[in-house]
Write a protein that binds this ligand. Sequence first.
Ligand SMILES: Nc1ncnc2c1ncn2[C@@H]1O[C@H](COP(=O)(O)OP(=O)(O)OP(=O)(O)O)[C@@H](O)[C@H]1O
Ligand SMILES: [Mg+2]
Length: 360
Amino acid sequence: MLLTGIRLENYRNIAVAELQPSRQLTVLYGSNGQGKTNLLEAIYLLGTGRPFRSAKVPDLIRQGLAMASIRGQVQTAGVTSEIIAKLAEKQRRLTVDGKPVQRAAELHGKLAVVVFSPDDTAMVKQGPEARRRYLDRTLYNSNVGFLREYHDYYRTLKQRNALLRSGVTAGLDIWTEQLVESGSRLMQQRRQYVEQFLPLLRQHYRSIAGGHEEVGLVYRPDADDHFLELLEQCRLSDLRHGVTGRGPHRDDLEFLIDGRALKTFGSQGQQRSYVLALKLAELDHLQQTFGEPPLMLLDDIASELDRERIHNLLGFLRQREVQVLITTTTTVGIDPGLLQASSLYRVDAGTLTYEGSVPR
Ligand SMILES: Nc1ncnc2c1ncn2[C@@H]1O[C@H](COP(=O)(O)OP(=O)(O)OP(=O)(O)O)[C@@H](O)[C@H]1O
Ligand SMILES: [Mg+2]
């Protein structure tokens, strides 16, 4: 999958910007706060329909204005299409080749995207919610059908909670049963995904870190096979608190290194390598799903990886023919050989300046 061109209007701090990414590497460089991550975010939104940093639509529109747009040309299986996203105060409309995107499935597979950003590394140390969100998001990116299971469960949960809050017990059993049904399907999907994902993760971790430690990824469902019993046990406390206390909305995804928690036993470097390995496993998984490598967006990589790791990573992605966009505050430290076939853009107060490919 390739992004051959993109034009933004009134997106965050960007009034107008056009970018023609290279088939290989595109480097966006500039000082802090100039709009580099905003550009990656816009690309991600075009591919997935949503921003990777949790943000409300109005936040994406340039301050003081009513509308923003992103227009991109993508190539999938040799076929070019145009994706347009129009963002207004209360809505987000996407079209593919002029046809409105009604369901997420219609956008799916046009431009698969993997992001690696400093926020991802933070997920190691955060609570279960961040990792659960990550799991659901990656699952959704490769399997659009997952969205239905996801919404089914959370819709049912909301209804059960409303009933609990109202204190009316009539009908509670029916909602409990439905929650168990949709929750079991959700858990099944999460479990299956993690199982398929683990070998890919291990392989990438080994090649990134080169050590002999073994990483693990364990799906920790809050309820597992005993969801119904659990809900029955918690019935009184659920009624008292007016909320469903247990279930898949409490699931965690555990990151392990040599069988111990990565959060507490992994060094900083090991934590970063782990998250990068997750991202490369995502890349493999998307490539298996779509038959073509996804686009890779590496945000602020110099803050995450040392020179040697950046060099190895970019070399690996080139050999896999992955289209890559990176943001950085400086081009110093990036291998001149790798920069040679790349497009270089300077980002300055929301404007983009093409500086050519860099012969050094
Ligand atoms: N809706 C908006 N309207 C106008 N400006 C915005 C909007 N949303 C964000 N910004 C501005 O965008 C800038 C941040 O851009 P971005 O996060 O892309 O920076 P960056 O170049 O990635 O910086 P860093 O190197 O620090 O990561 C900030 O100056 C912020 O005020
Ligand atoms: Mg940034």
